[in-house]
Write a protein that binds this ligand. Structure first.
Ligand code: NDP
Length: 391
């Protein structure tokens, strides 16, 4: 008997709930809680299994503790926003509940994200005898597992990693983000950063780019960005010399973003407006399409993977591992677009690893710290097949 509590009834929460519902032998009881109860009900009503719903403000630790005490979950899957990571972890500590998320903590008033804030919980989680699994989506998440798999199966030393995230889909709208608009725009407009020879090198936002020929998609322009999995992977891959993260954007997306930035709509500081204060980016989020609603008209594929170079038996080796996902197929199965789908499936598999005891630990862990093999085996069977190529 395992009770799982999913927090966050957005695009990713929809996929996690549906996927957990299909595995009753692991997730015997499912609870879905979020700020807006109607969104939980909407998801619940489309699933052919008993799902309990609840309203909770996950910024409020007291409310979370009361909810956890009421339903006694074995595990909380946090797919609300990164702002809620610490309050949810605090409630887990108080009540002795295991924790999993897909994005690292970010303070609302500062566009910065580091694992440090969550790694600082390690000793307290260990002393409490509970486990936290951080960054269990696709990137971070599967990209970390791809690196762990490469190191375990194919390389003696990994020296260079390029994580490449391509969404070649078309949702038919002039401008929309594929996951929460506020988090997405904060990430894309931040300075880029990559790791080389023990140092982090900062660059102006989206100032470095190049073309790559993605399998089943073709050439796309991709832009160097900072992404959170690099923080843990550069610690956990012993001989790493350089690590970069690249993401593709269409010209249309970039033009809209530039205009929004230039007119101040992406600002995160409060601005006085008609006697009250508004945060422009929060207001913009209210105007933009809900990422969870894009699926119906989305066409095309995503390709996310890792290009890895290193040595095996003293011989240089180049290797590429990736997943291809199709928006239409995701919509047919889970009424979701591929970005929500590729995040929700790994979160469910990570939860399965924890609840089945396949991945065990006391403290706070990143996903590449565990044996990648059982996770890799499940990816294909739950909708995210992967391909590896030796170059
Ligand atoms: P959405 O905005 O679609 O969903 C977020 C949900 O969280 C909403 O239902 C929202 O409620 C709820 N929520 C927000 N604040 C609170 C709160 N204080 N209390 C309770 N519920 C709250 O986002 P996505 O589903 O697109 O993304 C979810 C998470 O997944 C994000 O953290 C995102 O960064 C992460 N992500 C990770 C990826 C990866 O590969 N690792 C890729 C994509 C996303 P309401 O409906 O009331 O606003």
């Amino acid at each position: 008997m395992n009770r799982v509590l999913i927090i966050g009834a957005g695009g990713v929460g929809n996929v996690v709930t549906r996927k957990c519902a299909k595995v009753p032998e692991v997730f015997s009881e499912i609870f879905l809680a979020s700020r807006t109860i109607d969104k939980c009900e909407k998801i619940k009503n489309k699933i052919d299994r008993r799902i309990e719903t609840a309203q909770v403000d996950a910024d409020n630790t007291g409310e979370l503790i009361a909810l956890f005490n009421k339903i006694s979950p074995d595990l909380v899957i946090n797919v609300a926003l990164p702002y809620q990571d610490l309050t949810i972890m605090d409630a887990c500590l108080e009540t002795g509940v295991n924790y999993l998320d897909t994005a690292n903590y970010e303070p609302p008033d500062e566009a910065k994200f580091y694992y440090k804030w969550q790694w600082d919980y390690h000793t307290r989680f260990k002393e409490r005898g509970i486990m936290a699994l951080l960054g269990c989506g696709f990137d971070p998440g599967v990209t970390n597992v791809f690196c762990a798999h490469a190191l375990k199966e194919h390389f003696d030393e990994i020296h260079f990693v390029d994580i490449m995230d391509c969404n070649a889909g078309d949702h038919g709208l002039p401008f929309a983000t594929n996951f929460n608009p506020e988090i997405n725009i904060r990430e894309v407009t931040a300075k880029g950063k990559y790791y080389e020879n023990g140092q982090w090198i900062e660059i102006e936002p989206l100032s470095v780019h190049k073309s790559f020929d993605f399998p089943e998609i073709g050439h796309r322009e991709m832009y160097l960005m900072y992404h959170e999995e690099m923080e843990s992977l550069t610690k956990n891959i012993p001989h790493i010399k350089r690590m970069r993260f690249w993401m593709t954007f269409s010209d249309e997306y970039l033009t809209h973003l530039r205009v929004l930035e230039n007119v101040g709509m992406t600002r995160i500081d409060p601005v006085a407006f008609q006697g009250s204060e508004i945060v422009p980016l929060k207001f913009l989020k209210a105007l933009l399409p809900d990422p969870g609603s894009l699926g119906k008209n989305y066409r095309g594929k995503t390709c996310i993977g890792c290009m890895i170079e290193g040595v095996k038996d003293k011989t240089p080796l180049s290797y590429y591992i990736y997943n291809i996902c199709e928006h239409e197929v995701c919509y047919k199965e889970a009424q979701a677009q591929a970005v929500s789908y590729t995040t929700g499936v790994p979160a469910m598999i990570g939860a399965m690893m924890m609840l089945s005891g396949t991945w065990k630990g006391e403290g706070v862990f990143n996903i590449e710290e565990f044996n990648p093999t059982p996770f890799m085996e499940k990816l294909g069977s739950y909708g995210l097949p992967w391909t590896e190529k030796f170059l």
